[in-house]
Design a binder for this molecule. Structure first.
Ligand code: GDP
Ligand code: MG
Length: 173
């Protein structure tokens, strides 16, 4: 039924402007919209058939305006996290690493996550190499993707589906 609990709950985190909303909307609609309300926190339910199973994924797109209480509530709610930085923004890359450490502390576990370097279409503005992204993902024990929400975004579903599979695997242990 439509009211069944989600199979996985995913929170999307990262500095303002890295493309969190663009990634989520690209995943859900396969479209790119240039402007989103940067202050809006929204959750979405995504029904699909994945690996031959009816699957319901709930995604929370955060706005970065949440207070500490809300952030902790979101972290507690989540089964896994998509940590987004922009490849043309070094600060957002460092922030993503710090976020993972913070979440591990909050949840008292090695949280499941995908590290995502977005905006790879902005090649000429790149400030974070693919190798640096991969190395951080290994250090954080996250999966790793580079994406462009504006340029096709073929890999974006895999970000969410791979994380969903990791979550299912951990739940079934
Ligand atoms: P959020 O604050 O993390 O939710 O970021 P938004 O999704 O609102 O995106 C911030 C800005 O970056 C907007 O102007 C988007 O159009 C732009 N943007 C998002 N993803 C991409 C991308 O992959 N490539 C480029 N060039 N711009 C992007
Ligand atoms: Mg947003």
């Amino acid at each position: 039924s439509k009211s069944r609990p989600p199979d996985s709950k995913i929170v999307v985190l990262g500095n303002p402007g890295v493309g969190k909303s663009a990634l989520v909307v690209r995943f859900l609609t396969n479209r790119f919209i240039w402007e989103y309300d940067p202050t809006l926190e929204r959750s979405y339910k995504h029904h699909t058939i994945l690996d031959d199973e009816h699957t319901l994924i709930e995604i929370l797109d955060t706005a970065g305006q949440e207070d500490t209480m809300q952030q902790e509530g979101n972290a507690r709610w989540a089964d896994g996290f998509v940590l987004v930085y922009a490849i043309n923004d070094r600060q957002s890359f460092e922030a993503a690493g710090n976020l993972k450490h913070h979440l591990d502390m909050l949840k008292k576990t090695n949280v499941l996550c995908m590290l995502v370097g977005n905006k790879v279409d902005l090649l000429h503005e790149r400030r974070v190499t693919t190798e640096e992204g991969e190395a951080l993902a290994v250090e954080l024990s996250c999966g790793f993707f580079e994406t462009s929400a504006s340029d096709g975004g073929e890999d974006i579903p895999e970000v969410f589906y791979e994380l969903h599979r990791d979550i299912k695997r951990r739940k079934s242990i």
